[in-house]
Design a protein around this ligand. Structure first.
Ligand code: NAP
Length: 294
């Protein structure tokens, strides 16, 4: 019999979106300004097209302006940098997101560094990365921010808890670790060279898996009662020749031991885009110098 509480990312993301919509309304009422998010897509990658469509739809649903820029896969780096410069200067645009990956002729690092840090709603600009690690206010990457919202939905106070983050990528593992540290958790970051990962994981009150390996974390690695946040998205062979999505944690095993767990799919759900909406309205408030109640 499964013991863990199932963390419902879909419901929590809907709550985040409702508070974003309320903040957008308040901002329009008080300043006459509508927050705007510009999303730039270079090329025709099908997965990226779906993400961009979803982002645009949710931006409009939250009452914000959505600006979509779809550029050909042959776009030069100079053209893209020119567009970013325009968006940096636009008074209607408060958030800029360039959908990754970019085609090979474009240097991703140059593009990220060209985005005005105050509008960098992906939180990848070195200024925001530095501010986050210095414990200063920053625009924080969306998936890591979502991890903290999900963890706090079951454990509102993370102070003093032992947290283990498996994965040290710049887009997930490292920022998750910084955010947990900011919550006063005691944080260990594990990676492919970590010795005796199962023993390390068994100490964790909060276990975050961001590895990219299907069902890698076993039930016996989980401390009884721990909160398990599974960021992994892995496609594996399913029944009847179809594929299915699983996380980085062996859910059927871990659910019997954990206190709370995010299922995959359905756990993380739309949290990442909800946090993007949150970043956009926060960026708009900061640019308009109004206090964000969110
Ligand atoms: P990544 O850049 O490939 O990083 C994977 C990390 O896992 C690396 O730090 C790697 O260690 C570590 N790792 C690999 N094998 C390991 C092992 N055997 N033991 C311990 N650690 C190991 O991946 P990512 O971009 O962070 O993404 C991680 C997962 O999250 C993927 O499944 C991705 O699809 C998913 N994801 C989900 C969302 C979402 O919205 N839900 C968003 C982004 C990513 P080294 O550094 O030593 O190589």
């Amino acid at each position: 019999m499964a013991g863990a509480k199932i963390i419902d990312g879909k419901a929590i993301a809907a709550e985040v979106r409702r508070s974003v919509a309320a903040q957008v309304e308040a901002m329009k009422r008080d300043t006459g300004v509508t927050p705007g998010l510009a999303v730039v897509l270079v090329g025709e990658d099908p997965a990226s097209q779906v993400y961009v469509r979803n982002k645009a739809r949710q931006t409009v649903e939250a009452g914000m302006k959505s600006f979509e820029h779809r550029l050909s896969a042959l776009t030069s780096e100079a053209e893209l940098l020119g567009l970013i410069d325009e968006l940096n200067r636009s008074r209607d645009v408060h958030g800029i997101l360039v959908q990754l990956p970019l085609p090979p002729q474009i240097d991703t690092r140059k593009v990220i560094e060209a985005i005005e840090p105050a509008k960098d709603v992906d939180g990848f600009h070195p200024i925001n990365v530095g501010r986050l690690s210095a414990g200063e206010p920053a625009l924080v990457p969306c998936t890591p921010a979502g991890c903290i919202v999900l963890a706090k939905s079951v454990q509102p106070e993370l102070r003093g808890l032992e947290a283990v983050v498996i994965g040290r990528s710049n887009i997930v593992g490292k920022p998750v670790a910084q955010l947990l540290l900011a919550e006063n958790a005691t944080v260990t970051v594990a990676h492919s060279k970590t010795r005796d990962l199962p023993a390390l994981c068994r100490r964790a009150d909060i276990l975050v898996a961001a590895i990219g390996k299907a069902e890698f974390v076993r039930g016996e690695w989980v401390k009884p009662g721990a909160t398990v946040i599974d960021v992994g998205i892995n496609r594996v062979a399913g029944e009847g020749g179809k594929s299915r999505i699983v996380g980085d944690v062996a859910f059927d095993e871990a659910v019997k031991v954990a206190g709370a767990i995010t299922p995959v799919p359905g756990g993380f759900g739309p949290m990442t885009i909800a946090c993007l909406m949150l970043n956009t309205v926060r960026a708009a408030c900061a640019l308009q110098r109004v206090k964000a109640d969110i």
